[in-house]
Design a protein around this ligand. Structure first.
Ligand code: PLP
Length: 369
């Protein structure tokens, strides 16, 4: 199997990641933050170490402002539901994944005003486009750091500055960039990340960074191991947004994933291999590269072949894992003019080789011929 579906989840993981999960389950499996005994303390230390490693990676001063969630979707829902109330205006970009579109539409149904910021021809969201849409009523602006369909990267620092100058809050979706692109969160309000993609952690891990001074309405209510005498959720972070036991075994694996990322030049190999793949495929008749592959994603429009069929043939005839269709992002495909047929997406990882790229380009050429 040649695995080129790393934008869905990275595979394989570095061996130390599953090892750490197993080690945790055998040797440290107390409930973190829920008891004073040794196993609980050891588990708590591992969870905290992971917060610290992530804080270092994202230039966040206080690791406790990182809230663990089960994936990027839960983090995005936490932020959107926590900020946007009835009558508030929320802006999302036209390149967002359904994990932003659906909670935003749910807020609209509950009385918020939803507006969509258009993308340019490469699927990029410019600060100018945000400026045209933002008003004094805007409460939250949500933009993806990089598209999961085209890999196009947005200048989130410039968008952050623009949004702040209008007095609104920002939420960036770093599901496709955390671990692959440098993220300096010092000036951001909130950003969401997945643990199982570019951070090479296990499923069931992700997180939300919330800047000091912002307090969200929790998405989930329950035990936190702190302020147990109160019937209200604590104000302190991360407890306020972390009701219930965290996925500590998964977080033990994520800790190793983050250390792995830090040992490499983060994302360089993934970006380089994606660029090479895009170059090779760009030379094939009937294949058009969409957007500008700023991360590990190569989005391809096919002429004359259905892209879901192409993905299926790549799998069954050539042993190549890819993804065809709409990639949970109908807004993005509408922006790129591919809502009808979708695209074929190939995405590289830390273990993708030159031989994998050559084989994938050759297989696609065969199929299109
Ligand atoms: C841009 C983007 N946002 C959010 C998500 C959701 O991530 P998760 O499956 O970890 O919830 C994805 C997943 O592919 C994504 O690509």
């Amino acid at each position: 199997m040649i695995y080129l579906d790393n934008a869905a989840t990275t595979f394989p993981k570095p061996p130390e990641v599953p090892e750490a999960v197993k080690d945790f389950m055998i040797n440290y499996g107390g409930n973190p933050g829920r008891g004073g005994h040794e196993l609980s303390r050891l588990a708590g230390d591992i969870v905290y170490s992971c917060r610290e490693e992530l804080a270092g990676l994202f230039n966040i001063d206080n690791p406790e402002r990182i809230v663990f969630t089960k994936n990027a979707t839960e983090a995005l829902n936490t932020a959107i539901n926590g900020v946007v109330g009835e009558g508030d205006e929320i802006l999302i970009s036209a390149m967002e994944h359904n994990s932003v579109l659906r909670p935003a539409v749910a807020r609209e149904q509950a009385g918020a005003v939803l507006k969509i910021i258009p993308a340019d021809k490469d699927g990029r969201i410019t600060p100018e486009a945000v400026k045209i849409m933002i008003t004094h009523r805007t409460k939250l602006v949500c933009v993806t750091h990089a598209s999961n369909v085209t890999g196009t990267v947005n200048d989130i620092a410039a968008i952050n500055e623009l949004v702040h100058s209008h007095g609104a809050l920002t939420l960036f979706d770093a599901a496709q960039t955390a671990g692959l692109l440098a993220i300096d969160a010092a000036d951001f309000d909130m950003f969401a990340f997945a643990g199982h993609k570019g951070l090479y952690g296990p499923f069931g891990t992700g997180g939300l960074y919330v800047r000091e001074g912002i307090s969200l309405r929790p998405l989930t209510y329950g035990g936190t191991g702190s302020v147990s005498e109160s019937a209200l959720m604590p104000d302190i972070f991360p407890d306020r947004l972390e009701a219930g036991t965290v996925n500590a075994a998964g977080i033990a694996g994520l800790l190793e994933g983050v250390k792995f990322v830090k040992r490499q030049a983060p994302g360089d190999h993934e970006k380089e291999t994606a660029k090479k793949l895009a170059e090779k495929i760009g030379g094939i008749r009937s294949a058009e590269i969409m957007g500008d592959n700023g991360v590990n994603v190569v989005g391809i429009r096919l002429r004359g072949v259905d892209c879901v069929d192409a993905a299926s043939t790549l799998d069954s005839e050539y042993g190549i894992a890819s993804r065809g269709g709409l990639h949970c992002s109908p807004l993005a495909h509408r922006s790129m003019g591919t809502i009808g047929g979708g695209m074929l997406r190939l995405s590289t990882g830390a273990f993708t080789t030159e031989a994998d790229i050559d084989a994938a380009a050759k297989a696609l050429e065969d199929i299109l011929r």
